[in-house]
Design a protein around this ligand. Structure first.
Ligand code: HEC
Length: 142
């Protein structure tokens, strides 16, 4: 299984990596291009689709390497009584998902990655998170 997951953002000389270790496993590196902070769909395609799939249903190319299946992101509202939980999603993106009692959460923590991406404007991570969340809201199934 996955030993460490590294998210690497490439933008000229800029290289960012974020990852975590998990005892007995191989390493997955997801290289991501730097994107514009206002284009939710472009950010989704670069940073999220490798695991969650282009359609958001959780079947991206990296998914089989993970211990935990990526969440179906088109069913977030449905699973929350029909209401899209904006603040929960913003928290997940900024700080990561809650760690399960055993094992390591396989969802990367994006806040620090986005923070390092725009070094001159660290607050742009909030813009990224907000626009990503808006994109996720737009792909909800009824
Ligand atoms: C390396 C694979 C991977 C990448 C890349 C990834 N995710 Fe995830 N994500 C997961 C996994 C696995 C889960 C389910 C397990 C968990 O909750 O920790 C998950 C869960 C989630 C959840 C559900 C959390 C909840 O509490 O309902 C959201 C929302 C989410 N991801 C959004 C994103 C977004 C947006 C991106 C891109 C910025 C992204 N993910 C990138 C693997 C990934």
């Amino acid at each position: 299984m996955l030993k460490s997951l590294s998210i690497i953002a490439l933008a000229g000389a800029l290289a960012i990596s974020a990852g975590y270790a998990d005892q007995n496993s191989a390493k997955v590196v997801i290289a991501v291009q730097k994107t514009g902070p206002v284009n939710g769909k472009q950010m989704y395609t670069s940073y999220c689709a490798p695991c969650h799939g282009m359609d958001g249903r959780g079947n991206g190319p990296v998914a089989p390497a993970l211990k935990q299946k990526p969440a179906d992101l088109t069913a977030i509202a449905k699973n929350n009584g029909g209401k899209y939980p904006s603040s929960h999603i913003a928290t997940v993106l900024e700080y990561g998902t809650e760690l399960p009692a055993h094992g390591t959460a396989q969802m990367p923590v994006w806040g620090p990655v986005f923070g390092r991406m725009d070094q001159q404007h660290p607050d742009q991570r909030l813009l990224r998170i907000s626009n990503l969340s808006q994109y996720l809201r737009s792909i909800q199934t009824k």
